[in-house]
Design a protein around this ligand. Structure first.
Ligand SMILES: C[S@@+](CC[C@H](N)C(=O)[O-])C[C@H]1O[C@@H](n2cnc3c(N)ncnc32)[C@H](O)[C@@H]1O
Length: 208
């Protein structure tokens, strides 16, 4: 599969044809993300961006907890539409952006950058370079970046696309120019069809 096959068209088709509740990364409760926020010591509301947030229910949970500065970015407008419909009126309290993260130029920064299962699709150096530019512009000193990527024992592909798997050292090395690794751990995700996918979770802090 080439880079262009792996772009917007691919992801929009996945959400249209498979449905947001049947994709392998679906979770009824974003418990691993909430645990990551707790492990990172985040107890109250912060400015927050869910990068490649898809149709995740994390934003619902954060709204429930009184968070008000929320942005969800995804290349697939279909995925954002699912969340908007689910949230109804509450969707107006969230900033939704249908953009390619590797070509995004954020015009503001966030205290928390959250990425569950997106960076590992950046298999080309140019994609990772674009992503890192967005991350640098979208964070500031003290910002936390939370990543969930497939662990080294995780699947080699997801959604028909190749992924790069990481251990903590390799993930930290990707962002070492501006971030230090605070914590990392593994967590298994169970897909709707019952397959177990080992994830590496990492919390990084922006140094400068
Ligand atoms: C495996 S899914 C994870 C979705 C969500 N983070 C979650 O935990 O449910 C990957 C998501 O990244 C989005 N995505 C893939 N490539 C992207 C890119 N270059 N820019 C923005 N979003 C992207 C896809 O549309 C999809 O929603």
């Amino acid at each position: 599969m080439t880079g262009s096959d792996a772009g917007e068209g691919h992801w929009r088709k996945v959400y249209r044809e498979t449905g947001a509740d049947a994709v392998s990364w679906y979770e009824a409760e974003p418990s691993a993300s909430l645990e990551a926020l707790a492990r990172a010591g985040v107890s109250g509301a912060r400015s927050f961006v869910d990068v490649g947030g898809g149709a995740s229910r994390l934003v619902d949970q954060l709204l429930d907890r009184g968070w008000s500065d929320l942005t969800v970015v995804d290349i697939a407008s279909e995925a954002l539409a699912v969340s908007q419909q689910r949230l109804g009126e509450r969707a107006h309290g969230v900033n939704w952006l249908a953009v390619d993260i590797s070509a995004w130029t954020p015009s503001r920064s966030f205290q928390i950058w959250h990425d569950r299962a997106v960076f590992h699709f950046m298999t080309e150096p140019e994609q990772r370079a674009g992503y890192k530019t967005a991350l640098r512009l979208g964070t500031r000193e003290g910002s936390l970046a939370i990543f969930a990527t497939f662990a080294l024992t995780g699947p080699e592909r997801c959604s028909g696309l190749p992924v790069r798997r990481y251990d903590a050292r390799a993930l930290a090395a990707e962002f070492s120019d501006h971030f230090e690794l605070l914590d990392s751990w593994q967590d298994d995700h169970v897909t709707p069809s019952g397959r177990v996918q080992p994830f590496l979770w990492s919390v990084l802090k922006r140094s400068a």
